[in-house]
Ligand binder design. Sequence first.
Ligand SMILES: [Zn+2]
Length: 236
Amino acid sequence: MIVILAIDALEYDLVEKWDMKELKQLKYGKTNLSDYSEPRTMVLWSSILSGKNKEEEILKIGDKEMWNFKLKTEETFFSMFNKYLAIDVPGFTQDIKYHELEREQLKKFFNKEIDVDEFDKPLFEHHKQNKEQFLKALNGDYEIVMGYFGLIDVVGHISFGLETKMKILYKEMEEIAKIAEEKADILLILSDHGMEAIGRFGDHSDHGFWSLNINKELGFIKPVEIYKLIKEFKEK
Ligand SMILES: [Zn+2]
C-alpha cells in the first residue's frame, strides 16, 4: 500500500529542531514553492494532486469561493488506481463545512467571543475523526490512502509562537506517522507549506516538507512533481 500522510503546515525547521524521527523517516527535505506567488493551502494541495500548477485557475475563482474548488478524480493521481481513499483532502474530498468551521472559529477568536480552548476544541474533535478514519484505512485493502490533517495549520495560526503547545501537536503527528510506517509499503509524508512565528501567531512559510521511508532522494521537489512520483511508485 502507498500511504500519503498529508500534514498541513508541517514546518521543516521544527521537525529538524525537535528531531522528529518518525516524521523525518529515512529521507526528508524541503519542497520548492518558488512557482507560487503565495503559499496557499488550496492551491498547493490541488497542484500536488493534479500535477499541474493550479494557482492561476484557483485565484480566478476568488478568495471566498476558492474553498469550493474541487478536482475530479480523473484530474488527480488517484485515477491511476482502482482502490483508493482520500480522507478530507482539500481540493478533492474535503467537506467545505470543515473549512467554514475554521473560518468561523478564527473570526470568533479575533472578535474575543471565544478563548483559545474554545477555539481548539472542535478542531481537535475533527482531528480525532480523521485520525480514526485514517488508522482504519491502513488496515483496508486500498492501493493508495491519503490522509489529510489540518490541525497544525489552524491551531498554528493562533498558537504557533507557543512552543510547548506546538510540540505536543507535532508529537501527535509523530505517533500517527509511526503507525502508518508499520502498515505502508511506501509512506510519503508531505506538507503544503510550513509556518513561521509572528509573535504568538503563525503565518505560512515559503517551503513545504517531504519525507520517505524508502531510500530515495527527492531533493528540492516541486508540488507538481509529486504526481510523477506517485506514478513511479505505482509502476514499481
Ligand atoms: Zn496549508
